[in-house]
Design a protein around this ligand. Structure first.
Ligand code: CS2
Ligand code: MG
Length: 403
């Protein structure tokens, strides 16, 4: 028995908001869990502080699966991004504790390493094709084997994934939602040219990816997939909003461009049909938003039965705690595909010192016991919460659209 004595939520904003759960046991061992939900952070803070922590104290920290089931089934109102992010934080912290108690890096408790390192992809973006390719060259020079390309759309003032700061991308940019403008015709006319130029400039020994960010209809996505086939993308991400999983059948009928989806998924029910019918190639679900390591392992094993690989989300709004947990998970599963790695800012890295490191296009979680991440609470306290929203998107005629 490793009795939970205390659990607390730390909110900090070293350039962007992060929500961290810290669970401490009677032996003094503590574990960390990330509970950050970009733009809705305080909802998860309350879900943890007001509803979950009172039920945590006094339980045996070793009983991870039982505690997971207690909070999943016991909440009655199952699933969704707030509850599953909160549950994920508890789960990450308990796995951190268990591995620290065993004196092992977490991946060793998850079955050990299936590979030498975790191949990651970086984000190259620019206002123009030329600027985007120049950024991509920098990532190639850094040793990345896979690079996501996002470029400005001629005729639009801004678009997803194109940021002022080229190395640290943070979309939550306003105390109230900023309004972006979108045009699918302008986008569809410009995207293929980006990849034609990219293959010309970068060659074929680097994986190229692209994030549509939920903005097409299935037939538009089918057209884009066909247009991009000559450039052999590693994946085309979030081609359409995925609430209607059957919508992916139409895309699949028209194109062989590999499809990735799932960074906003809360669990297996968001992707069961996508996986069973092999409507996607990569599942983007994360340790943070899909209910923790306990849940994501089950989903990954189910995906493995259907030729679907993992491709965990790893944007800046997932803290280094999630990045570390993802790396232990990625190292330990057989159907690993690719890991997103949007570097955090130096301020964030100072608040969350960590053992994971980058070399030769891969990240490794390191050999520190547990997740291998710390939380500098004194430094965290210097960055108070600062409300920030993700943008919203309207079509040129003002119609509300997907961001
Ligand atoms: C994006 C994210 O990294 C990605 O693939 O979809 O940047 C996403 O926009 C943010 O995580 C939203 O908070
Ligand atoms: Mg994405």
């Amino acid at each position: 028995m490793l009795k939970i004595l205390d659990a607390k939520v730390v909110v900090t904003c070293p350039g962007r908001n992060f929500v961290t759960l810290k669970i401490t046991t009677e032996d003094g061992i503590y574990g960390l869990g990330d509970a950050t939900l970009n733009g809705r952070e305080l909802a998860v803070v309350s879900y943890l502080r007001d509803h979950m922590i009172p039920c945590l104290v006094g339980r045996d920290a070793h009983r991870i699966e039982d505690i997971w089931q207690f909070f999943y089934r016991g909440s009655y109102w199952r699933g969704g991004p707030v509850a599953m992010s909160a549950l994920a934080a508890v789960d990450m912290a308990l796995w951190d504790i268990k591995a620290k108690a065993a004196g092992l890096p977490l991946y060793q408790l998850l079955g050990g390493a299936c590979r030498e390192g975790v191949t990651v992809y970086g984000h190259a973006n620019g206002e123009t094709i030329e600027e985007t390719i120049a950024e991509a060259r920098k990532y190639k020079a850094l040793g990345y084997k896979a690079i996501r390309l996002q470029s400005g759309v001629p005729g639009l003032p801004s678009t997803y994934g194109v940021s002022k700061d080229k190395l640290f991308y943070e979309p939550a940019d306003g105390a109230l939602p900023t309004e972006n403008v979108w045009s699918t015709p302008k986008y569809l006319n410009s995207a293929p040219a980006l990849f034609a130029a990219a293959r010309e400039a970068l060659g074929w020994d680097v994986h190229l990816l692209h994030d549509v960010h939920h903005r097409l209809t299935p037939i538009e996505a089918a057209r884009l997939g066909k247009d991009l086939e000559p450039y052999r993308l590693f994946w085309l991400e979030d081609a359409v909003p995925a609430e209607n999983q059957a919508g992916f059948r139409l895309i699949r009928q028209h194109t062989t461009t590999p499809l990735a989806v799932g960074e906003i998924f809360s669990g297996v029910w968001d992707c069961k049909q996508l996986i069973e019918e092999q409507l996607i190639d990569y599942l983007r679900a994360t340790v943070l938003h899909a209910g923790g390591i306990t849940n994501l392992r089950k989903i990954a094993h189910f995906a493995d039965l259907n030729h679907v690989k993992t491709g965990c989300h790893g944007a800046t709004d997932l803290s280094p705690v999630t990045m570390a947990a993802a790396l232990h998970f990625d190292l330990s599963i057989s159907n690993f595909g690719l890991q997103e790695y949007m570097r955090h800012s130096p301020e964030t890295d100072a608040v969350f010192p960590h053992a994971y490191s980058f070399a030769d296009g891969m990240l490794h979680p390191g050999e520190a016991p547990g997740l291998g991440v710390e939380l500098d609470e004194a430094l965290a306290a210097k960055y108070p919460y600062k409300r920030a929203y993700l943008p919203v998107n309207r079509l040129e005629d003002g119609t509300m659209f997907h961001w």
